[in-house]
Ligand binder design. Structure first.
Ligand SMILES: [Mg+2]
Length: 219
């Protein structure tokens, strides 16, 4: 029996390369008002609005710009799937491990780079934008499990699946991953430039190829 039963992935900078925050990629592309964005961010940081309200605020800024699905896909042209991502997911699945996404990213990225992500992953926590037939934003469903609450999402899955936290793996790259890296049985910092994040992890992988995680998870 493998030591670990569940492997959770971050998206921006982990499964997807050339991106730190996908939200920023879209703000840049749609040229949204920087001040309004900053105000909303500060209101969230001060606890005046919830993460959900912050996310909805920002997505509405794109809606105001008339953003269509094809624009979102175009904005992602400089991004790519992380090296070794598909091989890693397949190998973990082959070994009977459950897979999950716990991310503050957006479904549009996964639809572009891992179109069958809903079949591959047993659990998906991320923000979702739904488009109508003409490609206009129809509905949004923001996740609340970003930042410190990523850890809460892991606890939810573990409890439901009756898996111990020490049997869970999390792989991530940035400051919003610190808490979840600490509570997972195996925390892997990948493609990571932040010392604080590296310190919170059990393993730091420097080589930018996701297959590097397999040796630690399947040993
Ligand atoms: Mg990330």
């Amino acid at each position: 029996m493998p030591k670990y039963k569940l492997v959770c992935f971050d998206v921006d900078g982990t499964l997807i390369d050339n991106v730190r925050f996908s939200w920023q990629v879209f703000h840049d592309y749609f040229q949204t008002d920087k001040h309004r964005r900053e105000d909303a961010k500060n209101n969230f940081l001060k606890g005046k609005i919830s993460y959900l309200q912050w996310a909805e605020h920002d997505i509405n800024m794109w809606r105001e710009k008339g953003a269509k699905k094809q624009d979102f896909l175009k904005a992602l042209e400089s991004l790519s799937l992380m090296d070794g991502a598909m091989e890693t997911l397949q190998e973990l699945k082959k070994n009977g491990l459950k897979l999950a996404i716990i991310s503050g990213s957006l479904n549009v990225l996964l639809e572009k780079f891992i179109p069958d992500y809903n079949d591959i992953f047993d659990d998906v926590f991320l923000s979702k934008i739904y488009f109508d037939k003409e490609g206009n934003i129809e509905k949004i469903e923001a996740t609340e499990y970003d930042m410190k609450k990523k850890a809460k999402a892991l606890k939810l899955i573990a409890k439901r699946e009756k898996i111990k936290l020490k049997e869970c793996v999390f792989i991530g790259d940035y400051l919003n991953d610190i808490k979840i890296l600490k509570i997972a049985g195996l925390g892997i910092a990948f493609n990571c430039k932040e010392d604080k994040v590296k310190k919170a992890a059990d393993v730091v992988i420097e080589k930018k190829d996701l297959r590097e995680v397999l040796g630690y998870i399947l040993k």
